[in-house]
Write a protein that binds this ligand. Sequence first.
Ligand code: NDP
Length: 468
Amino acid sequence: MAFDCDLFVIGGGSGGVRAARVSASGGASVALAEEYRMGGTCVIRGCVPKKLMVFASGYRDMFEDARAYGWDIADGTFNWSTLKGRMHNELDRLEGIYRKLLDGSGVEVFDSRATVKDAHTVLLADGTEKTAKHILVATGGRPALPDMPNADLGMTSNDIFLMDEMPKSILIVGGGYIASEFACILNGLGVEVTQFYRGDQILRGFDDEARGLVADQMTQNGVDLHLGTNIAEMMLEKDRDPDGAVPTSQQSGRQGPVWVKATDGTERAYDAVMFATGRSPNTDGLGLSDAGVEIGLRGEVVVDDYSQTAVPSIYAIGDVTNRVQLTPVAIREGMAFVETVFNGNPTKPDHELIPSAIFTQPEMGTIGLSEEDARAQEAIEVYATSFKPMQQAFAGREDRVLMKLVVSQATRKVLGCHIVADHAGEMIQLAGVAIKMGATKEDFDRTVAVHPTVSEELVTMKEPVRTA
Ligand code: NDP
């Protein structure tokens, strides 16, 4: 049977664009449909604008520290509309690059929603049908609101980048990456931030000592963090007290301050509420079940180790598969798909020992097992040191950093590395190479320290602080 193309990719995010580009460069005829903007969550409403906001939020402390270093400098004021304008220009530029790369590789792009009609047919929003030998679903995910009355009064991370004005106060609900990162960003930009997390410590699943230090420093920096707390009830302040004096909303597009009653019984109104309570795979209305693709309990596309679905001609990569929700992982999955399907070299994406960073202030960089998970697996030694780094200590700050290695007693391999410090993301990328190669504690010890740096502690820790 002759198909219109070899590959039809649904979704123009990091994973879909990479798979389309690389397979087209290898000679396949490829089409790609994207219903919104090219670049997906990472470029348009995730990693990239988030990181720009992280940079912006760091300047408040830098002004203060600069004075300790001899600079005669006054505190500046932050102007959101300046950053927003420049940030969106940058996103436009990056989106343009994504399009250019697709064009340059010969990928036919449809700016349209696309759904799956059957194992080899994609239906575009205008009714056009395109047949393809293979279909790749790379539709990503979206923020999930909790199932509670009036949850739609809350914003999500998607809305933050589009706000007309900064709220004066915000309640952020959740304790994961997104909640904790935005709590720090908005706190740094001068917003009064309250964070509710229902569990006993934010960043569940990460090393306890590392996430404890992040939480302590966030609190010290001004985030009003409430653990074991959730929203019990919420409504517009004006609906709760129709006769009361209601301040006009600071936010265009929002309907005014939101009154919140917490599970601990406290009540107050916030200019804005943001839910960062997880993300759901984008599979609704895609036609996948009808085509025979298995959908999991969380709405994810179920795939095997090669990203193949229950329908052999349909594959899925990235957040829509709810494996590891990270851009570089989606890209790896896309590359493995191309190897498997177009290069005759069946390749499983490698999900072992993935380094990642949480861009809180302080940042956390992590790879491998937490102390708790390693301890449950085998006998370990823990090497850790926490101290005031020179740069901040000189400026009179109380900030502490953590450098931690979790080591197997049997093999001496470093099973986990956890760093809480400025630029921890940069450090863990490099430590990650060694750990991925199977470095032992003795390999770290053999490496000469770079002095004076924060990360030199990773190669100078002599005695374990604990064995277990
Ligand atoms: P996460 O799954 O990391 O966190 C969701 C948080 O919301 C958890 O703290 C969870 O609590 C809480 N929660 C869930 N449901 C409710 C509810 N009904 N009421 C109250 N709290 C609730 O999701 P995120 O949205 O933060 O991030 C999604 C993914 O995006 C991450 O897993 C990560 O892979 C990726 N990401 C990566 C970044 C990076 O690399 N720097 C940055 C941002 C996102 P509990 O722990 O109790 O379940």
